[in-house]
Design a protein. Sequence first.
Length: 192
Amino acid sequence: MIPFNHLGWLFKTFGSGVYPKEVRQELCQSLDVLQSNAEVLDVGAGTGMMCTFAKACRDDLRLTAVDPAKGMLKFSPAYVTTHQASAEDLPFDDSHFDCMMMGVSLHHFTDVYSALIESVRVLKEKGRLFIYDFNVKTFMGKSICRGEKLLGEPGNFFEPEVLKNKLETYGFSVKIKHYRWRYTLSATLEKK
């Protein structure tokens, strides 16, 4: 296993390099449609990098981050409310959030399907979901997947179209954009 609890300083220092400009712009577009003071949850947040990007898009958002590694969360910005928790067991009421973000975290979840069910539970109807991850259909994506599995990580990487199909069964409308060996998925929970 990657010792995330001890690597917060490293991810805080170099983590933004994983997010190309196009992805950050797409995140802003996804957040633009939210109401004022919307509640946004970053799942598998690490050091809160997605929250940092979200605040750069809109400074009125109410940002919350969850991650199982306390050593990562302690490097989150002060304006982010943090909770030590897993994606499979979120400590929030039903229909609480207007938007959820998962930046290069989905593949670390132990049980992705349970995490997706939790996402549906805590999202409001018409809530937004933004996922950014590595595309396992590409050479680089496959290489990252193999590397993570060698390090003892779950390595639950999805082909974007497979994830899209799964989310549609949960009531989401989904759009995918490809960025070389990465992808984004923007979804709206149409009905619960």
